[in-house]
Unconditional design. Sequence first.
Length: 308
Amino acid sequence: MGIAQLGYVGLGVSDLGRWEDFATRIVGLQIGDRAADGTLHLRMDEYYHRLILQPSGEDDLAYVGWQVTTPRALDELVARLEAAGVAVTEGSDEERAVRKVRRFVHFADPSGHRFELFYGSVLMTSAPFVPGRPIAGFKAGPLGVGHVVLMVDDRDATERFYLDLLGLRISDYGSGPVAFFHCNPRHHSIGIAVRGALPTNKRLRHLMLELQSLDDVGIAYDLCQKEALPITITLGKHSNDFMVSFYVETPSGFALEYGWGAREIDDATWEVTSYDRGDVWGHERIPRGASAGARSDESLARAAAARS
């Protein structure tokens, strides 16, 4: 027993109106409910929510919610963390009401990211998920939300924390100080990169949501370009998880990866490897302010060199 899935992600945002439009009309999420303070619960499957948008103004990650299956599994993880000297705090009744869970605790990883362990999510069996725009749906359910990639201070210390204390498993390593971890067949539910290795000042590098249909990814790609939303990485395919995806800047400034077709992991046969490049094809980085159809001077130079 241990962590079963990435159950929810909490985001502190400054512009709830832009987020609501982006999440529903572009991404295809559904508004679950709206609290008195403006907090939005966003649905993507049978769970009450998968994303929680809180009007804190941070425009960054607030917390990561890891689901365990039973009270005993939660107790065992808490005991392991406390035995290692990690301070674990019980969630308050008010916080628990926001998360819609039976019980949760929270603690910090080595870089100070707030992690939460919980069980007892509310499933909306009386109200099926209705997407904000026509899509075939998201690949979630027992695989969880998707994945997050966080910026950390020390990759090795973070890796030991995730493996030894949380019980996550290594999926593979990217080029540079990047590592990916899984807790179920989804190729990775969390990835880490060392601060400074990637151009961001956010705690959250990106959030990934996986679709059931490649066409839904392509339609969203066209929609983002039509709406002049800032695509930060063009359509492409990753080397490690085989995800076909693109990245668009959210109203909070970090990226959303919108993808399809990732392979899954069978721990009985999986081999941990490293990759010398991140992509099979595509995934060109777009300079801020440039359109997705425009190529950077650097990529033009590479193309010219290849022809010479």
